[in-house]
Design a protein around this ligand. Structure first.
Ligand code: SAM
Ligand code: ZN
Length: 313
């Protein structure tokens, strides 16, 4: 953790400033210590360089597992693809160069795949995640001078109000117990004129959703390692589903991710069958969330349900 992060943090209990008590340091990076609230008696540990505002990874232990096993699978800088950059650009609806010199909040940062793109374009990024994906994100991006990683819950954000130029949350809010309520936590942290963008699962192919939901009743109860092994067994179904005429039937019976890269396919199939919470939404529904939050210039962009808007100046 870098001392600069203290400018943006506040106690999630009482809203007071936090003070760092340092036990271990590497250069300016605080590796071990705690953040003590100046207003109430609560303090929050700093472990492995990351301030922790939650006691454990709650209902997202699947993501703790997934993102540490697949720490680099979806990183553009490692796999040579441009999926993360393309998705962030599409969701922003503006050139990525506009992130230069902005303060960005990455809600549900996972391994930091989008954070590394924002950093590359000159942003300062605060990445928060409830799961131990923060460990993976820290290894991937944590030592970048403009990267700040925090383990925290979107429902109890330890962040000051009206400080971020951009807040994005891509593929996250539908994995919380209440997607709408999670969304409602975000606008208050935007500066006037700031931009909010989210992507959530679309209520589209109802056959696919119904089928995966039936399977999920079983798969979300399996031990993670068993399910992960099973995803390796399921991944070769790709070649059967590729046979002309078999795709729709296969996906109706047992949907899998169809990425040509088998590691990506295993990861995203696990990602479908392991999360405790998974909700699907429509464009009009999400548009109304933005309207109700008083955001302006609301734009619906692809893929899935991707919506972006600005906070009134
Ligand atoms: C499908 S992953 C997406 C990660 C990243 N945005 C990406 O696209 O690679 C969903 C992430 O949301 C995080 N998450 C779920 N509930 C959360 C909550 N209440 N607060 C913060 N993060 C949460 C999970 O831990 C997980 O890392
Ligand atoms: Zn406090």
């Amino acid at each position: 953790m870098k001392p600069a992060l203290l400018d943006w943090l506040q106690c999630p209990v009482c809203g007071s400033d936090l003070k760092a008590e340092v036990r271990g340091q590497e250069g300016t990076e605080i590796i071990d210590g705690r953040l003590a609230c100046s207003g109430c008696s609560v303090s929050y540990p700093i472990l492995n360089g990351i301030p922790r505002f939650v006691e454990d990874d709650a209902y997202v232990d699947n993501f703790s597992f997934e993102w540490n096993v697949h720490r680099t699978t979806q990183l553009d800088s490692v796999n040579g693809r441009t999926d993360s950059e393309d998705r962030l650009r599409q969701a922003l609806g503006r050139p990525l160069q506009e992130l230069n010199a902005t303060l960005v909040l990455d809600v549900g940062c996972g391994t930091g795949r989008f954070a590394e793109i924002a950093l590359r374009h000159g942003a300062t990024v605060v990445g928060i995640d409830l799961s131990l994906a923060v460990e993976a994100a820290y290894t991937n991006t944590g030592r970048h001078p403009n990267m700040h990683i925090v383990q925290a819950d979107v429902f109890k954000l330890p962040l000051k109000r009206e400080i971020f130029d951009v807040i994005y949350s891509l593929g996250v809010l539908h994995h919380t117990p209440d997607c709408r309520k999670a969304f409602d936590q975000l606008p208050r942290h935007l500066k006037p004129g700031g931009r909010l963008l989210i992507t959530v699962y679309m209520l589209a192919n109802r056959v696919y959703i119904a089928s995966s939901n039936i399977w999920r009743r079983l798969t979300t109860r399996l031990p993670k390692r068993v399910l992960y092994a099973f995803c390796h067994v399921a991944a070769p179904l790709y070649y059967i589903y590729k046979v002309p005429g078999l795709y729709h039937l296969g996906m109706a019976v047992f949907p899998i991710n169809m990425d040509p890269d088998w590691r990506w396919r295993v990861l995203d199939t696990f990602d479908t069958y392991s999360p405790r919470y998974q909700s699907y939404h429509t464009h009009p529904e999400v548009f109304a969330w933005f309207e109700d939050a008083g955001l302006r210039n609301i734009r619906v962009l692809g893929p899935a349900v991707t919506v972006t808007a600005e906070k009134q100046r």
